[in-house]
Design a protein around this ligand. Structure first.
Ligand SMILES: *Cc1c(COP(=O)(O)O)cnc(C)c1O
Length: 382
């Protein structure tokens, strides 16, 4: 067994913090001294900057990406008896919120190259009960929004973009989150724009939806202490808002560092047999929240350990830490047993779950570390 002295982490946000520590700590201390911790000009300022970055009219900050998606469905009045089409290959939150509002998730298989919902299969899943589609720009790779919006328009469906992993990505000349009716963002620390805690935001150009979202995120309060509907408490703290204001200024730089790492990986990994490197879709710009390869499962011996898992542990022995996003498709999770999906029904997503491997990816990853990842993969595969 080869023991590496320096191991490469799958993710590290301490290094990034160190580069902005002076700015952030000064701003945080100012908030602490101000005594104004909830709402106020810092939160509003961040909302305005985030809206401007996306060229949209409205941004509503909230407590998390999950809340952003939940509030979006509530604002669109989606609930019991309704169906919402989404992907089975995503973080659970995307589907969880559909169930949380009382609607039914309808899972459509994914595209082999992008891991995103197969837009061509969406139309066939539409029924008279379908109200919306939630495309997820997974791993920072944009969905083909031209094709998706055309299908949505022809069936009169709302589109809620799950941009949790793709802040700064674009499709055509538009940022993701500004193309559908509503865009939902997460500021969880591992995301491209990460807070120092939880946070989320919703973008829209529709003034009525924006007004409704503001009411819903504040207990359904229309006028002070006057409530017309059941809402929630979902706020972004002033402390997080001021940190996000600072970090938003660096987002494009950090995303281009991710793009450079992806290009470097791509150049070498495409030569390794049995490794399928991710491809960027023409027409879009990906921001690589994850760099997820596929380890071909051809010649698997049918044991419960996949060949991917073997490669993963051999990389680990060489000091290269990786992650598996995601090991189980949502349509076959115990929580969705009641929906009646069978193994084999969404084969591309199911296959992805035992082939995917996310390599170390964060803006501060050095060339030496990237070389270590590539070298280890070459060695494991030879
Ligand atoms: C992170 C994530 C969410 C949820 O965001 P939180 O801020 O953690 O609630 C939703 N969808 C996707 C695809 C995510 O990656």
């Amino acid at each position: 067994m080869i023991q590496s002295v320096n191991s490469v982490p799958a993710f590290d946000n301490k290094q990034q913090y160190e580069t902005i520590e002076a700015e952030v700590s000064a701003a945080v201390l100012e908030v602490l001294a101000s005594g104004r911790y909830i709402g106020g000009p810092l939160v509003e300022g961040f909302e305005q900057q985030f809206a401007a970055y996306h060229s949209v009219n409205h941004c509503i900050a909230c407590n998390s990406g999950t809340d952003a998606l939940f509030l979006a469905l509530r604002a669109l009045e989606i609930g019991a008896g309704d169906e919402v089409i989404t992907t089975p290959f995503t973080f659970v939150a995307t589907a969880e919120v559909i169930s949380a509002v009382g609607a039914k998730p309808i899972f459509v298989d994914i595209d082999t190259t992008t891991f995103n919902i197969d837009v061509q299969q969406v139309a066939a899943a539409v029924t008279p009960r379908t109200k919306a589609i939630i495309p997820v720009h997974l791993f920072g790779q944009p969905v083909d929004m031209t094709a998706l919006m055309a299908i949505a328009q022809s069936h009169n469906l709302a589109v809620i973009e799950d941009c949790a992993q793709s802040t700064g990505a674009s499709w055509g000349n538009q940022k993701v989150g500004s193309i559908g009716h509503i865009g939902c963002f997460s500021f969880y620390p591992t995301k491209n724009l990460g807070a120092c805690g939880d946070g989320g935001a919703i973008t829209t150009n529709d003034p009525q939806l924006a007004a409704k979202l503001r009411v819903l995120k504040e207990h359904g309060q229309k006028n002070r202490y006057y409530y017309e509907e059941i809402g929630v408490n979902s706020r972004l703290d002033a402390l997080q808002a001021v940190i996000l204001q600072i970090k938003l200024r660096y987002l494009d730089t950090w995303n281009s560092q991710r793009q450079a790492i992806a290009a470097y990986y791509q150049q070498f990994l495409s030569q390794i047999p049995g490794i399928i490197a991710p491809q960027e879709l023409a027409g879009g710009v990906a921001v690589w929240n994850q760099y997820t390869i596929r380890v071909s499962s051809e010649g698997r011996n049918g044991s419960s350990t996949t060949y991917r898992d073997t490669v993963r542990s051999q990389l680990q022995e060489r000091g290269v830490n990786t992650m598996v996003y995601y090991p189980h498709p949502l349509h076959l999770q115990p929580v969705y047993q009641n929906l009646g999906y069978q193994p084999g029904q969404l084969p591309i997503a199911e296959k992805a779950c035992y082939e995917v491997l996310s390599l170390p990816m964060f803006p501060e990853l050095t060339t030496q570390q990237q070389d270590q990842v590539i070298y280890a993969l070459k060695e494991v595969r030879s």
